[in-house]
Design a protein around this ligand. Sequence first.
Ligand code: CND
Ligand code: ZN
Ligand code: ZN
Length: 375
Amino acid sequence: MSTAGKAIKCKAAVLWELNKPFSIEEIEVAPPKAYEVRIKLLATGICGSDDHVFRGHIFTPLPVILGHEGAGIVESIGEGVTEVKPGDTVIPLCVPQCGKCVVCKNPEASFCMKNDMINHRGTLQDGTTRFTCRGKPIYHFFGTSTFSEYTVVDEISVVKIDAAAPLEKVCLIGCGFPTGYGSALNIAKVTPGSTCVVIGLGGVGLSTVIGCKAAGAARIIGVDINKSKFATAKELGATECFNPQDFKKPIHEVLKEMNCEVVDFSFDAAGLIDTVVEALLCCHEAFGVSVIIGVPPRSENLSVSPMLLLTGRTWKGAVLGGFKTKDSIPKLVTDFMANKFPLDPLITHVLPFENINEGFDLLHTGKSIRTVMKI
Ligand code: CND
Ligand code: ZN
Ligand code: ZN
């Protein structure tokens, strides 16, 4: 029986309060309005940014359905939708590509003005939500909300991918993988033979390591306070790793001791103010490039001497690795299927969707890299 045009009752993980377990609830998902798409989700990863909301480090209105690293099948489409049709295999886009704004028209930029990451309205583009639970509206997150059996997204926030792709793997191409990989290739523009430092070796930092290796870096130094990440980092291309807690000196001084005077490219993928500054200090004062990838707590600001940049360093940041999402995500899926980069080492746990709280516990205790939930 077709569900098109009707509200769908299904399960979703609702976050009612910060730092409280997700509650698996029956929700109602309204049909897509014009230029919207309803998706049956089949897999979703848990990203560090979902956890930032859970902990209150990123603000978004509550109650909310989080999740922005998913993949699924189009169930139905609203009026006027032309880019996808029911039955298409898709990835929801946490950064849309509207194709019309000043950013989408700029070949060098990717953070579409229609994003919901800066103002966090928690709605679709028309300012309303398609989710209700116990009679209350539930907010969307980053325009995706993948911790649900069904979601509704704007047409600008979804792209068709190869139907043969394994969704429980390529869901990572919705956020963590392109974020790290693109930060190395598109933003830092890592050069062959260079030395790179990656601080934070979660799903995002390890994807940065993959990008540095793909770009031909000669030395890739991984830094993390959790040593259990080092084996995977080395498998993916890190030439050496260290734990800053094993030293009394700050990271940039430890590097000098390691005979690493010249760092061409450095990345923060830990998401703390201190590590963002350490990453900047690591790179060479006259030509180093440092990229902010991690998202530090919203209440914290940076304070650094302008001299650090005046001498010639370049300091950059990017969302989703600078990829224009509609153009690039299907290509990344094709590249994964052609074995151009691995995703399997990033996926340490696969859980049923109902076990979402276990997935967050694994992240909090540092036991997982990426947990993928089968929906
Ligand atoms: P995850 O929590 O898996 O990884 C963070 C890693 O940093 C862990 O391995 C920690 O052990 C490590 N770490 C923590 N503190 C320190 C420290 N003081 N020094 C060194 N290492 C440390 O998170 P993730 O990999 O999913 O995400 C990483 C960050 O990237 C996080 O802040 C997330 O919000 C952000 C991000 C950014 C974007 C973007 O578009 N820029 C997209 N997705 C995630
Ligand atoms: Zn746009
Ligand atoms: Zn993410």
